[in-house]
Ligand binder design. Structure first.
Ligand code: AMP
Ligand code: GLY
Length: 427
């Protein structure tokens, strides 16, 4: 089969490397891809959000199956367009992608179907939002832009002043554009966070191994929010008991709610969970594989990913199809100096062979932001590389990833030194 993967980051690289293991795969294309991905797939310079361009590409290359990985093309309806062009796809359609595309939609869904989530109110007027926050007078309080905001649409306000600035930026300065036409103001929850990705075919849901993300830029969860500086899997606070509660109170009710609303969810549903003193709560849904969660989850998948994706397309997913290894995985992100703010690109990366992989050792490098020029890999994004290792214990997986990271360098390279430390403390 000829496969197209839409996107061009570490997540897409991890999906492609797993798909390559499938005997049914003849050729993989990636649009737009990146330097490192071009060692594993044919990269085509079509932007991930270019729906018309993508439809033209699948026709031209006679693609049999398309995997739409990033949030924005999903929310824009790329799956609908590819299906209309006669191509089988992996990913939710536009209506189902609202579960990530609109926080108002997802919060109202959870309220209607009794799925545990932070108490909240929705506002389309900044003065009303501020009047509510003043009346509540409870801090921290959480302010979220309704729509997609490059992962930056959540403000945790420590006091009235920060809340006022946040509401003003989102609703009046429109720093996230139309995404800020409405805001959700919600209760601040506490507890460890868990990411759970789940395969769904509209009616059956099969969770994957759990993961832990590290969103802040600096050690000890300090610094600014990023797309994720590293991940480990499994997440050790996701005990069998918590998993059972999540299945009963969150996963099944969510998939049933989406069916009942007439927008069954097909693809990978990402549950951002917080294990609060009152049990697991949903912090957010994403309508896609997480990044960098995918870089630790898929290496542990023992099943044929393409077979699982085809079963989802044909609505015949069942739990026996999805097998995970008992091993542990760790991914350490190597980022550009300055990320998530201003950073330089085009810097040469040392320590990679022509295939974009380390010249020694068994680590797998997922390329998040690289270019390949004249036999040299160069930095091309904020998150540059994800160094992933699997091992029999969480300690060994982390040691191996950090060891492999030592062999790679570029000017200004930044990494967190404490990926997985919280996970080990749970043990
Ligand atoms: P998001 O951009 O939606 O991934 O949210 C970023 C981070 O904000 C989450 O990973 C949480 O750590 C935090 N967060 C979001 N909502 C809440 C909440 N209601 N209570 C506490 N923390 C939250
Ligand atoms: N790592 C969180 C996300 O993919 O949104």
């Amino acid at each position: 089969m000829k496969i197209l993967v839409v996107g061009g980051g570490g997540r897409e690289h991890a999906i492609i490397r797993k798909l390559k293991e499938s005997l049914q795969v003849e050729q993989i294309y990636c649009a737009p891809g990146n330097g490192g991905i071009s060692a594993d797939a044919v990269c085509v310079p079509v932007k991930a959000t270019d729906i018309e361009g993508m439809v033209a590409l699948v026709k031209q290359e006679r693609i049999d199956f398309a995997v739409v990985a990033p949030d924005d093309p999903l929310v824009l309806g790329m799956v609908d367009a590819l299906n209309a062009a006669g191509v089988a796809t992996f990913g939710p359609d536009k209506l189902a992608a609202r579960i990530e595309g609109s926080k108002v939609f997802s919060k109202n869904l959870m309220r209607k179907y009794g799925i545990p989530t932070a108490a909240y109110e929705v506002f389309d007027d900044p003065a009303d939002a501020m009047a509510y926050i003043e009346r509540q007078n409870t801090f921290p309080t959480v302010i979220k832009a309704d729509g997609l905001a490059l992962g930056k649409g959540v403000i945790i306000a420590q006091n009235l002043e920060e809340a006022r600035t946040g509401v003003h930026q989102i609703m009046e300065d429109k720093v996230f554009g139309a995404s800020g036409n409405q805001v959700v103001v919600e209760e601040f929850l506490t507890g460890p966070e868990v990411s759970v990705l789940a395969f769904c075919d509209g009616k059956t849901i099969v969770p994957m191994v759990s993961a832990m993300d590290h969103k802040r830029a600096l050690d000890g969860d300090q610094g600014l929010n990023t797309g994720g500086m590293g991940t480990v899997a499994p997440n050790l606070c996701y005990t069998p008991e918590v998993a059972q509660q999540c299945m009963e109170r969150i996963f099944l009710p969510t998939i049933q709610a989406m069916q009942a609303e007439g927008c069954p969810f097909s693809g990978c549903l990402f549950f951002g969970l917080m294990i609060t003193p009152k049990g697991p709560y949903v912090i957010e849904y994403n309508c896609r594989f997480g990044d960098p969660e995918t870089q630790v989850v898929l290496p542990l998948l023992e099943s044929d990913l393409l077979e699982v994706m085809l079963a989802i397309w044909e609505k015949r997913l069942n739990p026996a199809m999805v097998r995970f290894s008992q091993k542990h995985a760790a991914c350490v992100v190597l980022a550009s100096g300055g990320y998530p703010q201003k950073y330089q690109t085009g810097l040469p990366i040392q320590g990679l062979g022509t295939d974009g992989q380390p010249t020694q050792g068994t680590a797998t490098i997922y390329h998040a932001g690289t270019r390949y020029e004249d036999g040299q890999y160069l930095t091309a994004g904020g998150r540059v590389l994800g160094v992933t290792c699997t091992a029999d214990t969480p300690e060994l997986a982390l040691q191996a990833s950090y060891q492999a990271a030592k062999g790679i360098s570029f000017e200004g390279m930044h990494l967190r030194r404490d990926i997985g430390a919280r996970n080990l403390a749970i043990k």
